[in-house]
Design a protein around this ligand. Structure first.
Ligand SMILES: NC(=O)c1ccc[n+]([C@@H]2O[C@H](COP(=O)([O-])OP(=O)(O)OC[C@H]3O[C@@H](n4cnc5c(N)ncnc54)[C@H](O)[C@@H]3O)[C@@H](O)[C@H]2O)c1
Length: 246
């Protein structure tokens, strides 16, 4: 990945940060996009410590003007975009789906689905100018099966799967590879804050008997973005310890 440029949305935490580190270790330059300045800057620092160039762009992916800006600032600084981890997302308050307010439904759609769509729209436009690229969208186990109490989240993640498959059909001949990942529950900072017993119970419900670790997602994303995955296109890759199998 030496000399390649990657944009990572939601790069300030969890899967985004883990992937930034994996790509920086492989020599890629990183544009970290996040709504949180402090977390984004910390990821930039971690990438630079690995000897690569990195910038932070503060942006809200649900705002189209912010998306245009993170794309233009990345191209201004690095000259091109080769890799895109379209990853920023939010979950929901955990009520029965039809009890979810209109406002909350709209907010989840705006970040998870429209934010991902805007990113694809403006990043692919740049990739077409330079001969192609590779993209990974973050879906979820909830993009493959239903998730009681996370209905809007699950609906947007099913939407990510639909976007991924459809765009794969439209842009494969332009040398743009696009795939999605479908992670199960991972021990990200949010989950780690749960009581130990709850984490244990969630892990026991997984066929492998444990929750995932963010680096296990970062490894797969780095592989899918790399040339080693050169014939994987339009796929939805589960990273869930077997949960989608049942
Ligand atoms: N953690 C899990 O178990 C899990 C499982 C399946 C899918 N996912 C998905 O993976 C992705 C990353 O989740 P994570 O667990 O790493 O979460 P996280 O909360 O650790 O990181 C998400 C990052 O996105 C940023 N962000 C949130 N809203 C944003 C916005 N509007 N614009 C820009 N940045 C924004 C946050 O500031 C944060 O740094 C999300 O799309 C999530 O839905 C997570």
């Amino acid at each position: 990945m030496q000399g390649k440029t990657a944009i990572i949305t939601g790069g300030g935490s969890g899967f985004g940060r883990e992937t930034a580190i994996k790509l920086a270790q492989r020599g890629a330059n990183i544009s970290v996009v996040d709504i949180s300045n402090e977390q984004g800057e910390e990821t930039v620092k971690l990438c630079k410590e690995l000897g690569t160039d990195a910038i932070f762009v503060e942006a809200d992916v649900s705002k189209v003007e912010d998306v245009k800006r993170y794309v233009s600032q990345t191209v201004e600084h690095f000259g091109k975009i080769d890799l895109f981890f379209n990853n920023a997302g939010i979950s929901g308050s955990g009520v029965r789906t039809l009890d979810c307010s209109e406002e909350e439904f709209d907010a989840i759609v705006a970040v998870n689905l429209k934010g991902a769509f805007y990113g694809l729209k403006y990043v692919v436009n740049e990739m077409l100018k330079t001969g192609g690229g590779s993209i990974v969208n973050t879906a979820s186990l909830g993009g493959i099966v239903g998730m009681p109490t996370l209905g809007p989240y699950s609906a947007t993640k099913h939407g990510i799967v639909g976007l991924t498959k459809t765009i794969a059909g439209e842009y494969g001949r332009d040398n743009i590879r696009i795939n999605a990942i479908a992670p199960g529950t991972n021990e990200t900072p949010m989950v780690k804050a749960f009581p130990a017993e709850a984490i244990k119970a969630m892990g026991e419900a997984v066929p492998m008997g444990r929750l995932g670790q963010p680096h296990e997602v970062g490894n797969v994303v780095a592989f899918l973005l790399s040339d080693e995955a050169s014939y994987i296109h339009g796929a939805v890759i589960s990273i869930d310890g077997g949960s989608a199998a049942l």
